[in-house]
Ligand binder design. Structure first.
Ligand code: GDP
Length: 196
């Protein structure tokens, strides 16, 4: 479908350098290793798209992958690098926060969380910010193939309960890049936000 047309445009450090022609963006965020690159590749039916944003020098940048003239998927830096210098980390968090808070064309955030792990502090912080600024969030509970059906469903229901009570701007689903499970559901969410 549409997202197959995604191509790499550019990587920028701050909001003022973001492409001006875009009117609709959906950003992808999550702790390192949550499965963000794999998900982006499956969503765009491309084998190596997200590798672009993992090349040295780009891992802390905002990476743009337009699907047409005015719409783009945006790969945000994976968080949770414990060893990053604290000053660099703060600057990068500030850049990321500004992008999430101020970018008009940002219509929603896909938050990737490993289905086998509890939400990290940064995941909760992300849910808090987005709740405060009224940005819609859709959580992908990733690597769902690593859980049996029952436990996977139980994790989803547990998360949905927490979201309903504390973060009503957020929805959630199970997702497996390996099995391509949940792909139609995430495409539907993207279509909704992109107004396709
Ligand atoms: P990122 O750091 O968030 O971009 O995560 P990656 O996409 O690079 O994935 C991190 C690791 O998890 C890699 O070893 C992937 O092969 C693995 N992984 C990602 N998605 C899945 C999935 O759906 N199922 C399984 N079993 N492994 C996955």
């Amino acid at each position: 479908p549409l997202y197959q047309k995604a191509t790499y445009l550019k990587s920028v450090p701050t909001i003022n350098l973001c492409p001006e022609e875009l009117t609709h963006e959906v950003a992808f965020a999550g702790r390192s290793n949550a499965g963000k690159s794999s998900a982006l590749n499956v969503i765009t039916s491309q084998k190596t798209l997200a590798r672009t944003s993992k090349t040295p020098g780009r891992t802390q940048l905002i990476n743009f992958f337009p699907v047409d003239e005015t719409r783009a998927l945006v790969d945000l830096p994976g968080y949770g690098f414990a060893k990053v210098n604290i000053k660099i980390k703060r600057a990068w968090e500030a850049g990321l926060t500004t992008y999430i808070e101020k970018r008009d064309s940002l219509k929603g955030l896909i938050l990737l969380m490993d289905s086998r792990m509890p939400p990290t502090d940064m995941d909760l912080e992300m849910l808090n910010w987005t709740q405060e600024i009224g940005l819609p969030v859709h959580v992908l509970l990733t690597k769902s193939d690593k859980l049996k059906k029952g436990p996977a469903k139980a994790e989803l229901l547990k998360l949905r309960k927490m979201l309903k009570e504390e973060y009503p701007n957020a929805t959630a689903q199970l997702f497996s890049s390996l099995k391509r499970d949940g792909l139609n559901e995430v495409w539907d969410k993207l279509d909704e936000w992109m107004e396709f």
